[in-house]
Design a protein around this ligand. Structure first.
Ligand code: C2E
Ligand code: MG
Ligand code: MG
Length: 451
């Protein structure tokens, strides 16, 4: 009985792992030993990416089973002398008590990351998870449990900001970086009320006819003291603090209003594409919000395209499919953004109602020069055709890329070669001119012949 009581006091009930109290003890001991024998030790702070969304959408019972499954994946990645503890919610802290080099910790972090990545089947739900991991090392980053855990936590947040599903060592600069982010987060709260957001529009072009087939709305933040901030500097922060849901609603409404305004005055822009972040998409009210905004603005659903990344689409297979099917049934188009950078299992392309693949600009950047990338790009175009998906090449910057894409029958392109993202009035002017002439650089003979 006494043993059992001690176990309960020191362990997390759900995952049956040591809790924070026991971890602190082991860390104290580990530090004392490491000091005595001049050894290193490492702390890994593991946080599951977007776990809360999964929990909210499939329920806590399955969420709990998922956490247990994760614990079972993490434990075999370390030695029995190491400690895997659960920190509450979806956080785990691992103490690697004997490492020779800091790099060993990175290897183990990667092993854990890959173990977590394998799909889970729980109560007939197919689920995918990723983990962000921060690493701190004794003696470099601290000499007591508190500071080592704090540094690993900071590094974990850094990993999240840099795209999640990765690990990072703690560095001193991260503290400044964290302070900077806190400032931005503070300002972000007021930005909506103060009307500091604006949209720019970038056209998508039919690579054969040169016609504009659609525009993509891209958010900008006119910050009162920092100037105009691009989305990469604040979208992630907005996702982390949940503000993305309100910001996303603003974007969708503003883009639909613009589209409807253009339609009313006869500007034929094709479809209006809006980027939707994974956090927004998994919000339970997402579908309702889209419907309300369409109703409010009067825009017909077929003029709206939603761009989602592969990770957003893959996060919760069943819930995603329902939402996508409802959107698609209304006539809204669905595009997979940054295609090729995310998930590797492509079966979702057939199982979800997807219309468009936006081939990530990192691939387009390397054609035609890089033969391997060129092969990938050709294959994606071919696959898109076979699956009746529209392929849009992102980031087309020069005529060589354009020629390559046209030679392999890529349907559409988007990029600085055609136009940078533009203010609404400039975009409207471009659409009006493009309706009448081939406006892109004259050095594309096949296109000119076509016109
Ligand atoms: P994205 O959806 O893949 O958008 C394309 C990005 O590539 C845009 O960057 C665009 O300006 C840039 N781009 C376009 N043509 C070229 C080119 O030829 N070369 C290069 N190097 N870049 C090009 P931007 O506007 O900074 O947006 C970055 C990302 O932020 C977007 O990537 C999208 O994921 C996200 N984002 C933008 N607006 C929103 C929004 O309203 N809501 C959400 N959730 N995310 C947004
Ligand atoms: Mg996009
Ligand atoms: Mg993209």
């Amino acid at each position: 009985m006494a043993q059992r009581m001690t176990h309960l006091a020191e362990h997390d009930i759900l995952a049956s792992l040591p809790n924070r109290g026991l971890l602190d003890d082991r860390l104290e001991q580990g530090i004392a030993l490491a000091q005595r024998f001049s050894r290193k030790l490492a702390v890994l702070f593991i946080d599951l990416d977007h776990f809360k969304d999964i929990n909210d959408s499939i329920g806590h019972l399955i969420g709990d089973q998922l956490l247990r499954a994760v614990a079972l994946r993490i434990t075999p990645c370390v030695r029995s002398s190491d400690t895997v503890s659960r920190q509450g919610s979806d956080e785990f802290i691992v103490l690697l008590s004997e490492i020779s080099h800091a790099e060993d910790a990175a290897l183990i972090a990667d092993k854990i990351r890959l173990a977590v990545l394998e799909p889970y089947t729980i109560a007939s739900h197919l689920l995918h998870l990723t983990a962000s991991i921060g690493i701190s090392v004794y003696p470099e980053d601290g000499a007591d449990p508190e500071s080592l855990i704090q540094c690993a936590d900071t590094a974990m947040h850094y990993a999240k900001e840099n795209g999640r599903n990765r690990s990072h060592f703690f560095t001193d600069e991260m503290n400044c970086h964290t302070a900077e982010r806190q400032l931005i987060r503070g300002d972000l709260r007021d930005a909506l009320d103060r009307g500091e957001f604006a949209l720019e529009y970038q056209p998508k072009v039919n690579l054969v006819s040169g016609a504009i087939t659609g525009v993509e709305a891209l958010i900008r933040w006119r910050h009162p003291s920092r100037g105009v901030l691009p989305p990469l500097e604040f979208i992630q922060i907005a996702e982390d603090c949940g503000l993305i849901v309100q910001i996303g609603q603003w974007v969708l409404r503003a883009a639909c209003l613009q589209a409807q305004t253009w339609r009313a005055i006869g500007i034929r822009f094709g479809t209006m594409a809006v980027n939707i972040s994974a956090v927004e998409f998994s919000n339970v009210r997402f579908f309702e919000n889209v419907c309300e905004i369409l109703e409010y603005t009067g825009l017909e659903p077929r003029y709206l395209e939603l761009e989602l990344t592969e990770t957003a689409v893959m996060r919760n297979f069943d819930a995603t499919r329902n939402v996508l099917q409802s959107l698609s049934a209304m006539g809204i188009r669905i595009a997979v953004d940054d295609f090729g950078t995310g998930y590797s299992n492509l079966s979702y392309l057939k199982r979800f109602p997807i219309n468009t693949l936006k081939l990530d600009k990192s691939f387009v950047h390397d054609v035609p020069g890089n033969a391997d990338i060129a092969t990938i790009v050709r294959s994606v175009i071919h696959m898109g055709q076979s699956l009746h998906l529209q392929v849009v090449a992102e980031g087309v910057e020069n005529v060589e890329q354009l020629k390559f894409l046209r030679a392999y029958n890529c349907a559409e392109g988007q990029g600085y070669y055609f136009s940078k993202p533009l203010h609404p009035s400039a975009c409207q002017a471009l659409i009006s001119v493009a309706e009448r002439h081939w406006v892109w650089q004259s050095s594309s003979p096949a296109v000119r012949a076509d016109k």
